[in-house]
Design a protein around this ligand. Structure first.
Ligand code: PGA
Ligand code: ZN
Length: 439
């Protein structure tokens, strides 16, 4: 007979995220009929700033408290509607539980209950089950498969919607691809981060940080950011292009203007004293030029979420040599990913659990990606909490890459620290490798 971890209680509360905005935390209590003990799973939901148009609904109260950002309705949905359909269920049946969450919501986009309500419970159920079985979360989620520690895509310079500076592209990341271990990779990134700080200080540039802990100085364009990063890599004693590769998240849906059909660069315009706009072809040429000049191996959301034709062209031109990641484009949604695969658009998906609202749907997105030769990158949101579930997911599913910010701010560092513990726990079984190497 299958073990029975009976869900006894489902309770949510409103907590704060790293930006000081409310978010949902859920607690799920299970009774392990094997040992007669109660176990708790606690999970917090992250929140984006540059959210994709096609993401599942993040239910906000829209009342005066917290400027409309309260989540009391989502909390109530957990405490009443979700609790009433899940109490008594077996927490081991994650797929069934997620399906019940979807059916109770009854919409395509979790518009009734809110994806923040469903995700909090979906994750808390898994965490309660893992705890009741005395298993690490990655082991519970991945069984015998987990072995690959992800290469960090460490966002050391923030722009776009994540900072108030003039950098228009949202994220500039370093990837320690030649490190021996995850711990070694983390050390290399932190050393480069501190060298970058010193370089910025020496030039009287701001060392204040953005939402994801990366520095956020005023700089004129992507080239000047990338030049500084290359300098920081060298100053730390590493070789750009060899030890360290660079990834960018242009988050270009935020730059795209539907009326003009063009990408507008407000920071670059301000710094250069003239309006800078680019059309789709200009954008692709711009990336080609940047890839030529700098060791860039990955570009996320290079074009806007609805520019499928542009994406097709971008993939044809750069897809062989560069990882092209769909974030706002795919929104962790298998329908959109399937459409992208059929159109030969992008070659990787960014997976953010709250874009879809249940754990098993996010897992399906990773599975679909892997089956079709696409990479999957597990990712945080710009609004985070102390919850480290994504670190366990990255290892459980052997995605080989994780995006979780700078080595700064505990909401980011908590995930890296969790990965250090996992690497230690896996001992000899742990692997760390360059994700772009053809094997
Ligand atoms: P978000 O940013 O969480 O604000 O959406 C992260 C990203 O775009 O990858
Ligand atoms: Zn993104």
């Amino acid at each position: 007979m299958q073990q029975y971890l009976e869900i006894r209680d489902v309770h949510a509360r409103e907590i704060l995220d790293s930006r000081g905005n409310p978010t949902v935390e859920a607690s799920v209590i299970v009774l392990n009929h094997g040992d007669g003990q109660l176990y708790e799973g606690l999970a917090d939901v992250p929140s984006g700033a540059s959210t994709g148009k096609f993401e599942a609904v993040e239910l906000r109260d829209g009342e005066t408290r917290y400027f409309g950002l309260g989540v009391q309705h989502a909390v109530k949905n957990v405490n009443e509607k979700i609790a009433s359909v899940l109490i008594g269920r077996n927490a081991l049946e994650q797929i069934l539980i997620d399906r019940i969450l979807m059916e109770t919501d009854g919409t395509e986009n979790k518009g009734n209950l809110g994806a923040n309500a469903t995700l909090s419970v979906s994750m808390a159920v898994a965490k309660a089950a893992a705890t009741a079985l005395n298993l690490s979360l990655y082991r519970y989620l991945g069984g015998i498969a987990p072995r690959l520690l992800p290469v960090p895509m460490m966002n050391i310079l923030n722009g776009g919607r994540h900072a108030a500076n003039t950098v228009d592209f949202q994220e500039f990341m370093i990837m320690p691809v030649q490190a021996e271990t995850f711990a070694d990779g983390l050390k290399i990134c932190a050393e480069i981060y501190h060298n970058l700080k010193k370089i910025l200080q020496d030039r009287n540039l701001s060392t204040g940080v953005g939402d994801e802990g990366g520095f956020a100085p005023d700089l004129p364009d992507a080239e000047s950011v990338l030049t500084l990063i290359v300098e920081a890599v060298e100053a730390a004693g590493y070789t750009p292009g060899q030890d360290i590769k660079i990834a960018m998240d242009a988050a270009s849906s935020e730059l795209y203007n539907e009326k003009t059909g063009m990408y507008h660069f407000p920071g670059e315009s301000k710094q250069k004293g003239q309006e800078v706009v680019r059309n789709t072809e200009d954008m692709i040429c711009y990336y080609e030029q940047l890839v030529e000049q700098f060791p860039i191996v990955s570009i996320e959301d290079g074009l806007a979420e609805e520019d499928w034709d542009g994406w097709k062209e971008l993939t044809a031109r750069l897809g062989e040599s560069v990882q092209l990641v769909g974030d706002d484009l795919f929104v962790t949604n298998t329908k959109r990913l399937d459409a992208g695969i059929k159109l030969q658009v992008a070659n990787a998906i960014l997976v953010k659990v709250n874009q879809i609202g249940t754990l098993s749907e996010a897992f399906e997105a990773v599975e679909m990606a892997h089956k079709n030769g696409y990479k999957a990158i597990i990712s945080h949101r710009s609004g985070e909490t102390e919850d480290t579930t994504i670190a366990d997911i990255a290892v459980a599913l052997n995605t080989g890459q994780i995006k979780t910010g700078a080595p700064c701010r505990s909401d980011r560092v908590a995930k890296y620290n969790r990965l250090l513990r996992i690497e230690e726990e896996l001992e000899q079984a742990a692997q760390y490798m360059e994700p772009f190497k053809k094997i």
